[in-house]
Design a protein around this ligand. Sequence first.
Ligand code: SAM
Length: 230
Amino acid sequence: MKFTVLTLFPEILESFFNSSIMKKAVEKGLIEYNLVDIRDFALDKHRTCDDAPYGGGAGMVLKAEPLALALDSVKASVKRTVFPTPSGVRYTQKIAEELSEEKEIVLICGRYEGIDQRIIDLYVDDEVCIGDYVISSGEIASLVVIDSIYRLCDGVITQESLEEESFQDTLLEYPHYTRPEVFRDQKVPDILLSGHHARIVEWRHGKRLEKTKKNRPDLWDGHDLDRRMK
Ligand code: SAM
């Protein structure tokens, strides 16, 4: 899987690709990345990439020409191109799974008020919203998308770690504990120390149901009854 990211601030993304599990995945050749500085495609000597919006209003808009040239340089029109934006469809685990099947994804990082609509019309396949709030940087939104996808790619983390994760089957995950057995008078639940595998599975499933019902009634309502009983 290759991530090609168009950004005004490549340094924000560079540190992610150079850390932790992602760094190992890149070293093993499981993940490739290409950070494209949109400013390299600006047309004037001041390397201007933004301008005031037509029709007036606050803030600036990322200009179409540098973005289009940057997108052309990576042949984005024949690749799956994703623009994270608050006005996109809600980004979910299902979309992450679908995108993880692609060979390459091109991401556009918005800034200021956003990007010229004509870029969306001409190049973008998916507009995705990472949550119902507004952040100032498309780089952070793109990192959320990248992080959710690359961990699903073959060989990056074990299959076992992906099983029973939150959202896999509309339930949230069960709680985890590690050493020490007692921490500030809080003891690890006895069942987890019992060595009784079947009962541990049952306890964890119960906790998943409890947590989903409490924290995410929206997921709970859509969860089918047969599965709840298992
Ligand atoms: N004016 C835009 C609006 O009201 O929808 C917000 C622009 S925001 C300040 C700047 C950039 O951050 C966006 O273009 C987008 O790339 C990114 N961004 C902010 N919030 C986001 C969200 N919830 N989901 C995805 N991207 C987001």
